[in-house]
Design a protein around this ligand. Structure first.
Ligand code: ADP
Ligand code: MG
Length: 304
């Protein structure tokens, strides 16, 4: 997944690190776009108009992705992969070092759209209506966090914090015996140090953030976000610097954070409030950051 992970366990029980490695290895072998032999890359290469069997974990992540695509009216869309690749955020970096041709963007838009993937509910199988290519990068880290959390629970560990690339799940209490505290950092590009902006209290839920301040490319003083709006074919470009979402699972939080980042503050806030989703937004303005959050987020803010 091209990132680091941290697991903190409170209590006497420990877990064999090999079990954790195996679980992560499994997810990469299933969902990575950086491995040509992953199950996902084989599905991307599979022919159209025929049912293809998928593993239970891939099936689960595809269903979560579809749910968030519907909720976000296509702002979140795992069929965005050809555009991700064109803009230089895939495994094959593009050779021209600037904005892709609009003709190239239009050509790739032909095969974009989550409606082109039919996911069977009763069978672990999917059907491609077009030659689509899927990218699970915006949800797989969160899903992996959930898998590790389940692994800890299956081993009777009831107080933990699991984090992969900034996506988090916590349960129980920290070493001081109180709820886990998670800091949302200030969204500063190339920051020398990480500055906490808000402290969140979290237990038994997933938390994920999406922002363009750490992963982006810079061309002639222009920044291109690695998050693409599948409806326009272009990287997102607005004043939303970071979105943090809390959800039942970290996979859902991860996908929703990316969806909200694509939608922009106004639409995302409406969806969050209409669906009781705790979400926290940081806007970048000329004179600094402006924060706002949905009604359900307030309960998680730690009183200083
Ligand atoms: P962030 O934490 O900034 O949301 P993620 O790692 O969760 O970043 O997701 C960004 C990655 O998701 C991109 O690198 C790309 O592979 C993929 N992606 C980009 N745009 C979209 C989109 N609109 N819907 C789903 N996945 C996307
Ligand atoms: Mg995400």
């Amino acid at each position: 997944m091209g990132t680091t992970y941290n697991i903190t366990i409170v209590g006497e029980k420990l877990l064999d690190p090999a079990l954790i490695n195996d679980a992560l290895e499994d997810i990469e072998a299933t969902m990575s776009t950086y491995r040509l032999d992953s199950e996902l890359m084989q599905l991307n290469a599979a022919p159209v108009n025929t049912w293809v069997s998928v593993s239970p974990s891939l099936h689960e992540v595809l269903l979560i992705s579809e749910e968030i695509s519907i909720l976000s009216s296509g702002a979140f869309d795992i069929t965005v992969y050809p555009l991700v690749d064109l803009w230089g955020f895939g495994p094959t970096r593009r050779d021209n070092n600037g904005r892709p041709d609009s003709a190239d963007i239009q050509a790739r838009m032909e095969n974009i759209g989550f409606q082109n993937l039919i996911i069977s509910k009763d069978r672990k199988a999917v059907f491609k209506k077009k030659m689509i290519s899927l990218d699970l990068s915006a949800v797989a880290k969160g899903y992996a966090v959930d898998v590790l959390a389940s692994l800890l629970e299956a081993n009777n560990i009831s107080s933990y914090l699991v984090e992969i690339g900034g996506e988090i799940s916590t349960k129980g209490h920290n070493a001081e015996g109180v709820l886990w505290h998670v800091a949302i950092e200030a969204p500063v590009r190339m920051a020398q140090s990480r500055t906490p902006l808000k402290i969140i209290e979290l237990s038994g839920l997933g938390l994920a953030s999406s922002g363009d301040y750490r992963k982006y490319i810079e061309v002639d003083d222009a920044y291109y976000s690695h998050t693409i709006d599948p409806r326009s074919g272009n990287p997102i470009n607005h004043d939303l610097a970071s979105v943090t979402v809390i959800a039942e699972t970290t996979a859902i939080a991860d996908a929703l954070a990316t969806a909200f980042n694509v939608m922009g503050l106004e639409k995302a806030m409406t969806i969050a409030n209409n669906n009781n989703i705790p979400a926290y937004f940081i806007l970048k303005k000329a004179d600094g950051f402006v924060e706002s959050f949905s009604a359900d987020f307030a309960q998680f803010l730690h009183e200083n």
